[in-house]
Design a protein around this ligand. Sequence first.
Ligand code: NAP
Length: 323
Amino acid sequence: MRAALQKGDGYAGTSTGPRIDNAADWLELATMPLPEIAEGQVLVRVRRAAVNPSDLHFIKGEYGQPRVAGQPAGFEGCGDVMTGPMAGQRVAFVTTGAWAEYAVVDAATCIPLHPAISDNDGTGQIVNPLTARAMMGMARDAGDAVIITAAASQLGKLMIALGRDMGVKTIATVRRDADLGADVTLNINAPDFQTQAKAALSELKPRMMLDAVCDQTSETLFCMMPNRACWVSYGKLSDKAPNLTQMGQMIFMGKRIEGFWLTQWFRDTAPADQMAAIQDVQTRFADARWATDVSAELQLEQVVNGLADATKIPDGKVIIVMA
Ligand SMILES: NC(=O)c1ccc[n+]([C@@H]2O[C@H](COP(=O)([O-])OP(=O)(O)OC[C@H]3O[C@@H](n4cnc5c(N)ncnc54)[C@H](OP(=O)(O)O)[C@@H]3O)[C@@H](O)[C@H]2O)c1
């Protein structure tokens, strides 16, 4: 099979963010034998795979699991199960090795896809939607309003739509003007950003900030938030680390900082609750309340030369097409 293979091994020890200038620094296209499956696994013929920020962190050695040189990259996709009792089913899946014509997937993580869901929506069926759902559940438990940073991301758009359904007011931050349907949208580059932010926060009193950027602007917002506010770090889009300037707020205002990782959510969430979440996600895509915005489609053989430019196109996901 053909695959886009990781070139690096282990962790890089750097923190440069999910941006690449040349995919050839991190990936090579190769032909390799079909992978073998073990007990509990299935072979999936991949139709399409997503390019998420986590994939770019990963191939650069900056993600929460080590690289294995010579193995295919890519965490998420959709395809057809080739082996076992699910053979013939079109499924969404997560694995390590989705940027290949065939992927080995734990059978338990294969999600049969509703016929109304397109292959492009099928590639983004697990990571972002389940994260959006889990984190907006946390936001609803925390209060009536939430700050969502980098809100023009696919995940940000899903969370804004969920906020409307749940009755949670959304304060969205963006770095380019965009109409995302949030209750308040703040452009972090606007000259009056801090004034606008102070006004919005004092009116809506968000108790949670769901933050994919984690830079100094995030810290400024956190310091403006009311008592008992929680800053949830779930991504590292910025390559700059924030300075914590008001530690007393943790003591005297009961504020806290924590993280969210979907991998941990899977470990902590009962299978029945996971199934309910997955079904809700599929219904939302099937009835078009949610959709995947696609900025570019690349054939597998275009990945090494074309991925860096494709990831610079705003407002959508890059999708890798296998056939
Ligand atoms: N912890 C978890 O379990 C988990 C699960 C899923 C996703 N995530 C994280 O969620 C985030 C969003 O993922 P996604 O797939 O939805 O992303 P995406 O659709 O690829 O969008 C990325 C967005 O981030 C914005 N952005 C990039 N760098 C930025 C910066 N330095 N400051 C402000 N905005 C910046 C981009 O803005 P422009 O439009 O202006 O380029 C774009 O709107 C990522 O950090 C990802 O790693 C975490």
